[in-house]
Write a protein that binds this ligand. Structure first.
Ligand SMILES: [Fe+2]
Ligand SMILES: [Fe+2]
Length: 322
């Protein structure tokens, strides 16, 4: 069963989201107290220790390290994720700009997406500022991703449904990781904590939009076009999730994390496999709803190890046991 969303209902949702952008928005340099001593990046501050919501933080090797090492790796992990997040958002902005360039007059997507681009500009500023404050000199995503980033924004207008699938593939894992850290109840340094609060608040709109964008279009696609997207969808999710979540081998080695630990965390260990599945419970719900689960795509989700129970509603916390 696929739910049909009318263009009128879609436009109304976009107007609500646009108004949300006007009413609730943040400025990275006035809403974060970068220079407050409480927010300083201090390498002896145990609040940088990764929470167990991050599969790396949950790994026994990490937990056995001396406090000093756990703090150092914690700061490094935040910096790398912030840098890759920044790169994703930069890519999103370029693709979205390309997409809105071609929109006709009176199109609600123009206003909404330019709000989103404004917000992402701010996110890239706050993420880069976090990287700078940590002093970690990270290149961010893997080399192939950084090189391909020149071409990927073209898909904003060439293949919008694949592009917005890619956006979701970037936004969902980061959102999930952030919510997990905040919900863990474990101490989190106030700087990433504030950044996450701001990001989760604004990102909720972006994720809503990507869902609505696909819900409006995909159910009306013909068999071939929908079939192609049904196969591409889990592939895009998994590949881009790996780009965000898995630190580059060289970078991890420099941070002193053995390769076997990285392999175990992403995604060989039980905690890793569970995390990989949970990251996608919201998009599984979307894929079911818009008719992207079929005889060919379902086994692919399984082969990519991102299958499992779809969320019952967006942002549903993961069950303690599965
Ligand atoms: Fe963002
Ligand atoms: Fe976003």
């Amino acid at each position: 069963m696929t739910a049909n969303l009318s263009r009128k209902a879609y436009d109304e949702r976009l107007r609500t989201l646009s108004e949300g952008s006007v009413n609730v928005n943040f400025n990275p340099f006035t809403d974060i107290r970068w220079d407050d001593p409480e927010f300083a990046v201090d390498t002896s501050d145990p609040r940088w220790v990764l929470t167990s919501a991050d599969a790396l933080g949950a790994h026994p090797w990490y937990q056995e390290q001396p406090l000093e090492t756990r703090i150092r790796i914690g700061i490094w992990r935040w910096a790398v994720i912030a840098k890759v997040g920044m790169q994703f958002e930069n890519l999103l902005m370029r693709g979205a700009l390309d997409y809105v360039y071609h929109l006709g007059n009176q199109d609600e997507e123009f206003r909404y997406l330019t709000h989103e681009i404004t917000e992402e500009t701010h996110h890239t500023q706050m993420f880069q500022e976090l990287v700078n404050r940590t002093g970690v000199d990270t290149a961010g995503g893997k080399r192939w991703f950084r090189q391909l980033s020149r071409i990927l924004p073209l898909f904003g207008s060439l293949y919008p449904e694949a592009f917005f699938t890619g956006i979701l593939a970037g936004e969902e894992p980061i959102d999930h990781l952030q919510k997990g850290a905040l919900r863990s109840g474990e101490p989190v340094h106030p700087l990433p904590q504030r950044i996450m609060q701001i990001h989760i608040a604004e990102e909720a709109r972006h994720i809503s939009f990507a869902h609505e964008f696909l819900r409006l279009r995909v159910p009306h696609f013909g068999k071939v076009r929908r079939g192609a997207l049904s196969v591409l969808f889990p592939l895009i999710m998994r590949v881009l999730c790996d780009v965000i979540m898995i630190p580059d081998k060289k970078s991890a080695a420099l941070a002193g994390i053995p390769d076997r630990v990285i392999k175990d965390v992403f995604w060989k260990s039980e905690a890793g496999r569970k995390m990989l599945r949970e990251l996608f419970s919201d998009v599984r719900m979307l894929a079911e709803e818009i008719g992207l689960m079929n005889r060919v795509s379902r086994p692919l989700w399984r082969a990519l190890r991102i299958d499992g129970r779809p969320a019952r509603f967006r942002g549903e916390p993961a069950p303690l046991t599965e």
